[in-house]
Write a protein that binds this ligand. Structure first.
Ligand code: PXP
Length: 241
């Protein structure tokens, strides 16, 4: 039997729409609370260094009012570590960040600055924050994550999703994700997946038993324009049941 998977709803792009006008509307806090009401298991926000969508005030407000786990995505920097330790979100996911990129284009380079990464993970975990690393679905990155003593890995699903969307053969990418999930689980790491997911790609990946959590943002917000936020969240919950 398929085990139940958790859905994390990323609301960054509610803030993107708000910021396009420099107004207070639409409110990421309202989206976070509504996501909970519609069955989301957690809410994700990415506080980027350039604050292009989520702002510090959103983090403060959502952390104080949300009654399900808040997953904060951060780059591994001193500033973001200090903010995480101050606000103590339930979960932190460390992601790579390049200023010019449109979105998080790939997994972390774990060789780069691994000493600092190890210190960040240690401090977050010491503060009882579930910590994950956003990585490519590769054996060497999973092993490196294990050595860094993190709780979870989030597998970057971007390449797989692109192939699904373009109608290309995705067999190899699916196989890589499955093998990576099994390998990580064997090492006692909890496995998450995210990036570029829509109904179709989520449905395919939901069959991988070792993936416990899906973090989905852009498609949910985009599709909500046409069908409404509650309905889209409920559809994803049904897929992940
Ligand atoms: N997971 C992580 C770690 C991410 O960085 C992102 C993108 O911010 C997502 C999931 C969500 O990706 P998308 O917005 O494409 O659904």
């Amino acid at each position: 039997m398929k085990n139940k998977k958790r859905l994390g709803v990323n609301i960054d792009h509610v803030a993107t729409v708000r910021n396009a006008r420099g107004e207070k509307y639409p409110s990421p806090l309202r989206a976070a609370l509504l996501a909970k009401k519609c069955g989301a298991d957690s809410v994700t926000i990415h506080l980027r260094e350039d604050r292009r969508h989520i702002k510090d005030g959103d983090l403060k407000e959502i952390k104080s009012k949300l009654k399900i786990p808040l997953n904060l995505e951060i780059a591994a920097t001193k500033e973001m570590l200090n903010i995480s330790l101050k606000f103590k979100p339930d979960f932190v996911c460390i992601v790579p960040e390049r200023r010019q990129e449109i979105t998080t284009e790939g997994g972390l380079n774990l060789k780069h600055n691994s000493k600092f990464l190890s210190k960040v993970i240690k401090l977050l975990r010491k503060n009882r924050i579930r910590t994950s690393l956003f990585i490519e679905p590769k054996k060497k990155d999973i092993l490196a994550s294990k050595k860094l003593k993190v709780d979870c890995v989030e597998l970057h699903t971007g390449k797989f999703c692109n192939k699904v969307n373009q109608g290309k053969n995705y067999k190899n990418d699916l196989n890589n994700l499955k093998k990576a999930a099994d390998y990580a689980k064997n090492l006692n790491l909890e496995v998450h997946a995210g990036h570029g997911l829509n109904f179709k790609s989520t449905k395919i990946l939901s069959k991988i038993s070792n993936i416990n959590e899906f973090n989905i943002g852009h498609f949910i917000i985009g599709e909500s324009i046409f069908e409404g936020f509650p309905l889209i969240i409920k559809k994803f919950k049904k897929i992940l049941k």
